[in-house]
Write a protein that binds this ligand. Structure first.
Ligand SMILES: Cc1ncc(COP(=O)(O)O)c(C=O)c1O
Length: 380
């Protein structure tokens, strides 16, 4: 007998639990792909000033259309991604989670399906559940890449209203070649389907790795979603956005709650965008730390998935839970994510990564560190 039995919960939600990774207060938290660097003193001062200015108008509802923030986001994309989009093609909400939820509300629903490629972000099935949209996932290759032939065949056979491409993918870190994105966009266009490329981690991609933003003018069925949670180190502010054709933005505006993005959120988001230079310099430091972590793990004999994100998937363990617990016992929290033999570690500061490495070496030296497969790289 659950306490939920006393309330008229939707039948399809019975037995479900709220989503969320454990929030455990330990010295080294590397489990939810946060950026380890808090805002600088300069940014904190600008945030405080922006909140102060916004405070005087809090008796009024916020700008429903978040016009200033959408213009600032378009300005950021132009300056840092060389992509010129009209602010009317940018839409912003409380985290890319809410953006994605709004997309499902507008385009999903009974009788409609979403297609993703597993292993991938664990929230996707939940957005679908909440919006009565059928969720289906097709497996990635053993190295976590996406075979374009498999993807095209799946899109043609299943005709999803939305095909979700996550690049870089969570939890594997795998980025998508532009040819694969094009192939999926073309296949989806055959039945009038949209393709949402979730680029939550795009700023961490390695040089030469493309962004789907470059394809926006060519493909009216493309939506690119991004977030300020990772590269902008703003997970607590809850700001995510999408870029797409204006009809897609207008469709999402139909389902958004009125005044969904508070005046304070809009103001602090614009404040952070004015510090993009400084924040992206930290991203560069994290990319260097990520690549060093990948190299170190390989030298230690672990399998490591290629990563274009701010986290690394490594393994392969006979009992990953025991390894996770062993690290936690040493004050280092990482994530049991992806296929069973693998673990995911977010890239933290040099001091946090040193603590992680030390703890992993200690755990690996004990019986629980036993590997599921012989040491070596991921097999292609
Ligand atoms: C692939 C992916 N998309 C979207 C999100 C949601 O990010 P947020 O709602 O903080 O913008 C995450 C968060 O971890 C993610 O990993």
């Amino acid at each position: 007998m659950s306490e939920l039995d006393s309330v008229p919960l939707r039948d399809d939600l019975r037995g479900e639990v709220p989503y969320g990774a454990p929030q455990i207060d330990v010295p080294v938290r590397l489990n939810v792909n946060e950026n380890p660097y808090p805002p600088s003193a300069g940014l904190i001062a600008d945030i405080a000033a922006a909140v102060g200015a916004a405070a005087g108008g809090l008796n009024r509802y916020p700008d429903r259309e978040a016009r200033q923030l959408r213009a600032d986001l378009a300005g950021y994309l132009k300056a840092f991604e060389s992509v010129d989009v009209d602010p009317l093609r940018v839409w912003v909400a409380n985290g890319s989670n809410e953006v994605m939820h709004q997309l499902m509300l507008a385009f999903g629903g009974p009788g409609r399906s979403v297609l993703a490629f597993a292993p991938t972000y664990s929230m996707y099935p939940q957005y679908c559940r909440d919006t009565f949209t059928h969720y289906q996932a097709v497996d990635r290759e053993p190295d976590f890449s996406l075979d374009p032939r498999v993807a095209i065949a799946a899109v043609r056979a299943r005709q999803p209203v939305i095909t979700l491409l996550t690049s870089p993918n969570n939890p594997t870190g795998t980025a998508l070649p532009q040819d694969t994105a094009r192939a999926v966009l073309d296949a989806a266009a055959e039945h009038g389907g949209l393709v949402v490329v979730d680029e939550a981690y795009a700023e961490f991609r390695r040089p030469g790795t493309p962004t789907a933003l470059e394809l926006l003018d060519e493909y009216p069925n493309l939506v690119v979603t991004r977030t300020m949670s990772k590269a902008f180190a703003y997970a607590g502010a809850r700001v995510g956005y999408l870029v797409a054709g204006q009809p897609i933005v207008d469709a999402v505006r139909i389902v958004r709650l009125p005044y969904h993005l508070s005046t304070v959120t809009q103001a602090v988001a614009s404040a952070a965008l004015s510090h993009a230079d400084e924040l992206l310099a930290q991203v560069e430091a994290l990319r260097i730390e990520r690549d060093a972590t990948v190299d170190w793990l390989r030298v230690q004999g672990f399998s490591v998935a290629e990563s274009d994100a701010n986290f690394v998937l490594f393994g392969e363990f006979a009992d990953r839970h025991a390894v996770w617990q062993g690290l936690l016992d040493r004050g280092v929290l990482i994530r049991e994510s992806g296929p069973a033999p693998w673990l995911r570690v977010s890239v933290g500061s040099p001091a946090e990564m040193a603590a992680f490495k030390q703890a992993l070496l200690e755990v690996a030296a004990t019986a629980v560190g036993e590997r599921a497969r012989p040491y070596g790289k991921v097999e292609a």
